[in-house]
Design a protein around this ligand. Structure first.
Ligand code: ATP
Length: 240
């Protein structure tokens, strides 16, 4: 496997007027890694997400996706990223297939390739039998799975998700987490943003963001000093 990191962030900062929302953020996400960006409300997660997805531009620091600098080579960097936003962004009046086809066309895919990819990605997420259903007839968890399938249509190497379990019940959250972890087992890298401690597993690469600074990085269980879920969560809570 290529050992260039899927994501490398160095010295990243961001200001809103005179307010320093992110400062000196450095981290990498390795190929195939599932990394969790954990931070409480206002820590700077969405700001970081907006910089990584090119929604905001950073004056300080560098972001590199699979070796491509986001500032200097934005199209090369961005086409390697799949994005799942916190707010739902599918068209509720269109079917699963129509939403996926629309997204594929924006990436310049032929209808035939779009159909092949849509079938493959929805099958991977257990949604291939819902291809002709309108989005509004799907549960919140099923809609999230379609958003993940859509984010993977152009075969990105890095998936970035901003609080993707927002609004889901516990089984729905666990299913989405399980799907993304399984995708990482197949070589995709993922950066999963959350404020929920129970979404962190002991062997996840954890990035703790507090008041705009990364205060802890490493395997979650090692940082907490224990791998038992409840004890680990209570240790991690002290970092927030
Ligand atoms: P949440 O979990 O509540 O979504 P977050 O970790 O995503 O929080 P951000 O939304 O990135 O945090 O906000 C980081 C800080 O920057 C907060 O103090 C917030 O008030 C501030 N902030 C965010 N957006 C703006 C903006 N457009 N203008 C001014 N300040 C902002």
């Amino acid at each position: 496997m290529d050992d260039t990191p899927a994501l490398k962030v160095a010295g990243l900062g961001h200001n809103y007027g005179g307010f320093r929302a992110l400062d000196s953020v450095d981290f990498t996400v390795a190929r195939g890694q599932f990394a969790v960006l954990l931070g409480s409300n206002g820590a700077g997660k969405t700001t970081l997400f907006s910089l990584l997805t090119g929604l905001y531009h950073s004056r300080d620091g560098r972001i590199s996706v699979c070796g491509h600098d986001l500032k200097r080579r934005p199209s090369r960097a961005l086409r390697r990223i799949g994005v799942v936003f916190q707010q739902r962004s599918l068209d509720a009046d269109l079917t699963v297939w129509q939403n996926l086809r629309y997204s594929a066309s924006l990436h310049g895919m032929s209808p035939r390739l779009a159909r092949e990819r849509a079938e493959e990605e929805t099958a991977r997420l257990g949604m291939d039998d819902r291809m002709n259903d309108k989005i509004r007839h799907l549960s919140g968890g099923q809609q999230r799975r379609v958003e993940i399938a859509r984010a993977l249509m152009h075969r990105p190497e890095l998936l970035i998700l901003d609080e993707p379990t927002f609004g889901l019940d516990v089984p729905g959250r666990e299913a989405i987490l399980g799907h993304v972890r399984a995708l990482c087992g197949r070589g995709l890298s993922a950066l999963w943003t959350t404020h929920l401690l129970d979404e962190v597993h002991a062997d996840d690469a954890l990035l703790v963001l507090k008041k705009g600074r990364l205060t802890k990085t490493g395997a979650a269980g090692e940082l907490a000093g224990c791998a038992e879920p409840a004890a680990m969560r209570s240790q991690l809570a002290a970092f927030l």
